[in-house]
Design a protein around this ligand. Structure first.
Ligand code: SF4
Ligand code: SF4
Length: 338
């Protein structure tokens, strides 16, 4: 606690790898903003043989790779503990499980803080009312109780908050909650127009659940992040908007991220996940490149609006001045402030 906290933009680097491994797409919840799209990502639950084989593909760079195991809901996988142990044996730099907390007891009874680095819980409101409106009735209580248990048992514990028009007003109220719960890391995410949120926004079904405007984002998010950082919590949030002077970089070109789905699709850009644009796939337990046209062909396009995929799928967050020039560039969705 105390001391000056520094804000920094986390630079992209090829020397560090992040592996987002979706071991199944099944989930017990149906959150309004879920980005999982089984039509694109498959309905499979990978068996432990394939999980181990796919983790082994990256064995050579495991020491510099952060592994994030997710779903769907990974705690629904009967062999999640074996997955964690195998990742440790292979030597991954860090292992994190993203969870909604419902079946936390089933996994916490099998692993210890020595087996993994973090449990990351998703909560989308400081109050039961707002969180449960987005994530489903009862989800607030389940998540908070699992969070408490995780901290009590000595696990590294993080919280993910996906900011949208329904919950932005409660972001500031998260500060005392995070303090009370003694959470170590706090991730603020921006709502992606992908999966279920894309569908409902297109249909106009949930008018209230949408991306917040640039001005609201910039007015609220950095201030709350600073308050949390002053409590000693490590806070990470996407940069989203770049001033004309700031350089634009596409992580697809300058970073080393893999988003793996149980049907074998491997993406380098999460914004592409709603389309069959994956540049790689796992076939017979080997990682292979896919023929053109795929996400890789988009990464090199240079446009004044910044991120090409953002312009294609969520242009609503770009505003233009009188001369028709964009007022700011949209940063890569993977560029973070810490
Ligand atoms: S957002 Fe996560 S918890 Fe919610 S339905 Fe999707 S996979 Fe399940
Ligand atoms: S979000 Fe945009 S900038 Fe980032 S990897 Fe995808 S296409 Fe590139």
């Amino acid at each position: 606690m105390g001391g000056k906290r520094y804000k920094r933009t986390v630079a992209f680097s090829k020397n560090s790898t992040n592996l987002f491994f979706h071991i199944l797409t099944k989930c017990n919840l149906s959150c309004k903003h879920c980005y999982i799209n089984p039509k694109q990502h498959g309905y499979e639950t990978l068996d432990i043989y394939h999980i181990k084989a796919w983790l082994d593909i990256f064995a050579q760079k495991a020491k510099k790779t952060n592994l994030i195991i997710l779903g769907g809901e990974p705690t629904l996988h009967p062999e999640l503990a074996e997955t964690i142990w195998h990742a440790k044996t292979v030597g991954y730099k860090s292992v994190t499980i993203d969870t909604n907390g419902y079946f936390f007891n089933s996994i916490i009874s099998r692993v210890t803080p020595n087996d993994l680095d973090y449990f990351s819980f998703s909560l989308d409101g400081a109050t039961r009312k707002i969180n449960d409106t987005i994530r489903g009735k009862g989800s607030y209580d389940k998540c908070v109780s699992a969070l408490k248990k995780s901290v009590q048992e000595g696990f590294g514990t993080s919280l993910i908050y996906t900011v949208n028009t329904l919950n932005i007003d409660e972001l500031d109220m998260m500060v005392p909650l995070v303090k009370d719960l003694k959470i170590h890391r706090f991730f603020i995410q921006i709502l992606g127009i992908r999966g279920r949120s894309a569908k409902s926004i297109q249909k106009g079904a949930s008018e209230k659940l949408n991306q917040v405007s640039p001005s609201r984002w910039m007015e609220i998010v950095p201030k709350v992040a600073e308050k949390l950082a002053n409590l000693g919590v490590k806070v990470t949030y996407p940069k989203v908007f770049l001033s004309p002077k700031e350089p634009f970089e596409c992580a697809g070109l300058v970073a080393d991220n893999y988003f793996i789905f149980p049907n074998g699709r491997v993406y380098r850009c999460p914004l592409c996940e709603d389309f069959p644009l994956n540049s790689q796939e796992i076939h017979k337990n080997r990682l292979i490149h896919r023929p053109k046209i795929n996400e890789q062909d988009l990464f090199n396009l240079n446009i004044p609006e910044g991120c090409v995929m953002n312009k294609l799928i969520q242009p609503c967050n770009i505003t233009y001045n009188k001369d028709g020039k964009p007022e700011y560039k949209i940063a890569c969705c993977l560029l973070k402030e810490e």
